[in-house]
Design a protein around this ligand. Structure first.
Ligand code: HEM
Length: 208
């Protein structure tokens, strides 16, 4: 017979796996849109856009928005399992959420990561997707198309910038811990510089 503790940790790991798997699908497509598709759209003419865009981008947007939804839902479940539930005691702040000294560093980290991630999820479902749906299915009036394009691009860019600190906030609870250590700032700055450099170089790829 399966022990209830085994059942709890099995469920925990399954949701953790689903969460990270769906997160890869979501953020992978976000990077495809920003680092591959934006320069690509600048390099093709209107005829090519007409032939390619709806077929390619509607499919990519399907994976993108459902990846975001599954990540979000599995993330909320993970939050409850980790921080708002104790086996045997039931719902309520767990030992990972509060200690004798109040809210834990671990909880502060995940609340930081979750705040950024929920803003990103909102941008996907309530700004980027409604705008792209209108543009790609021909529902947008010609005069509203530039505004919709700008709105979607801004939200998508914002999500790209938020993704790096958001991921730090996801990983830090289990793998870093302390909120006020100074050394991590150095590594964050180093990582951001490396990412910045990769993006700058990638925009020159295939330019002739
Ligand atoms: C959309 C809202 C999101 C919510 C509510 C959420 C929530 C959570 C929670 C509660 C945890 C567990 C933290 C812990 O171990 O203490 C977690 C971990 C994690 N999340 Fe998220 N998350 C979200 C979005 C994302 C996104 C977009 C990604 C991108 C890939 C992501 C990647 C991860 C990773 C890699 C972990 C750590 C897994 C581990 O250390 O075992 N999350 N998330």
């Amino acid at each position: 017979m399966i022990e209830s503790v085994d059942l709890f940790s099995g469920m925990h790991l399954t949701f953790r796996w689903l969460h990270v798997f769906a997160g890869i699908v979501w953020i992978g497509h976000l990077y495809f849109f920003n680092f591959v598709n934006v320069p690509f759209q600048g390099a093709i003419d209107d005829a090519a856009k007409k032939a390619v865009n709806a077929k390619l981008l509607l499919r990519a947007l399907w994976w993108f928005r459902w990846g975001a939804m599954i990540t979000f839902l599995a993330g909320v479940v993970l939050f409850v399992l980790n921080y708002w539930y104790t086996p045997g005691l039931g719902l309520g702040p767990s030992a990972l959420f509060t200690s004798g000294e109040g809210i834990t560093h671990r909880a502060m980290w995940i609340l930081f990561g979750m705040t950024l991630a929920v803003i990103m999820w909102f941008n996907v479902w309530f700004i980027i997707w409604p705008a792209q749906k209108k543009l790609l299915t021909g529902l947008a009036k010609p005069e509203e198309a530039p505004g919709l394009r700008k709105r979607a691009l801004l939200a998508s860019r914002a999500n790209t910038y938020l993704s790096a600190p958001m991921l730090f906030g996801m990983l830090a609870p289990a793998h870093f811990g302390v909120m006020e250590s100074g050394s991590f700032l150095f590594f964050v700055a180093l990582a951001l510089a490396a990412i910045w450099w990769a993006i700058a170089v990638s925009f020159n790829v295939a330019k002739n």
